[in-house]
Design a protein around this ligand. Structure first.
Ligand code: NAP
Length: 304
């Protein structure tokens, strides 16, 4: 049976490629059809609409920018909801709101369709290497059904229980923690640099001792090299995620003062540097706020 894939952006294209590489017959749909060209050249079929894709697949993965994009793809006459047969499974990989995942689960349930929410950790280069960490929540039998696909795209799949939105809550907590790590590292680097210690030196000591973790190694490298363009994870999407964290925190009455600071630094970075900068570009803002002059923003990073 053909697997469907919707959303061929930076992450989706890399993920869909690995699904095809693992030998799963693939049908794809993307709003901008030209992005499907490489996959179609490799044997995938291009569907005319999300509905047409759903009609021919019993399992469809989606990787879209945000809640609004997912809503646009699901709803209406040509939407995925109208195409999927009862019993078919939708696996949503996008980083969306907790409340949206709850709503999606309800929508699919009323149509007799199954839903697993499975947001991922890892930037586009990690996706291309098939090394994502997948956090999947939904019925165990549905996760089992999707497991061959998860194995094709990631190095590890975590099961986060029967409620799909639990996976989104974990993903949002993770992105909050990641940007907090970037903030802390960038502030420390500014302090080190003004005191005459190179950023690379600080990074070598910290990632070799107390902070020997992928988050610090990968983002530390971006901060040291100031490789904020092209963006692997664009700042507007990072801002979207902080907004989703904020909504979840408000709903649960959890004060998160650090979140407000991160949000402001993202907004400041977007205002001063433009929409095409990576979310870790808050490092540039932090350095400039410390009076450090920086060479023009270098390109090259992407991914992580
Ligand atoms: P991206 O490159 O901007 O791709 C976004 C995708 O959404 C494209 O396929 C785009 O279609 C589609 N889209 C946007 N608005 C749409 C609409 N109104 N209707 C239909 N399709 C629409 O973003 P990305 O970096 O791949 O991120 C995708 C998701 O993964 C986001 O939820 C993000 O938070 C999450 N994520 C990203 C990373 C990362 O490092 N980049 C890591 C983990 C998770 P077009 O091609 O037509 O524009």
């Amino acid at each position: 049976m053909t697997t469907g894939f919707i959303g061929l952006g930076q992450m989706g294209a890399a993920i869909a490629f690995n699904i095809a590489k693992a030998g799963h017959p693939l049908a794809v749909w993307n709003r901008s059809a030209d992005k499907a060209a490489d996959l179609v050249a490799g044997g995938a079929t291009l569907a005319a609409s999300p509905r047409a894709l759903g009609e021919r697949c019993n399992i469809v993965m989606s990787m879209l920018a945000d809640d609004a994009a997912l809503e646009a793809v699901l709803s209406g006459e040509d939407g995925l909801l109208a195409g999927l047969a009862p019993g078919a499974l939708h696996v949503s990989l996008s980083t969306i709101a907790v409340a949206s995942a709850d709503r999606l689960a309800d929508l699919h349930r009323t149509k007799g369709q199954h839903f697993v929410s499975a947001p991922v950790f890892g930037r586009p280069d990690v996706a291309a290497a098939g090394q994502l960490a997948v956090v999947a929540a939904g019925d165990d039998a549905d996760i089992d059904r999707a497991m061959p696909l998860f194995d094709a795209i990631g190095r590890r799949t975590f099961r986060a229980g029967p409620t799909p939105s639990s996976a989104n809550l974990i993903k949002l907590c993770g992105n909050f923690m990641l940007l907090s790590a970037v903030e802390a590292f960038a502030e420390a680097m500014a302090l080190a640099e003004k005191g005459g210690v190179a950023k690379a030196q600080l990074m070598e000591v910290m990632t070799g001792t107390l902070f020997d973790a992928a988050a610090y190694r990968n983002y530390g490298k971006i901060l040291v090299e100031e490789s904020y363009r092209p963006a692997g994870f664009a700042a507007p999407l990072g801002l979207k995620d902080m907004r989703l964290v904020s909504a979840a925190a408000e709903a649960s009455r959890v004060p998160m003062p650090l979140l407000s600071l991160l949000r402001d630094h993202l907004v400041e970075t977007l205002a001063k540097e433009g929409e095409d900068i990576d979310w870790s570009g808050i490092g540039l803002t932090i350095a400039k706020n410390a009076g450090l002059s920086s060479p023009p923003c270098k390109g090259g990073a992407g991914g992580g």
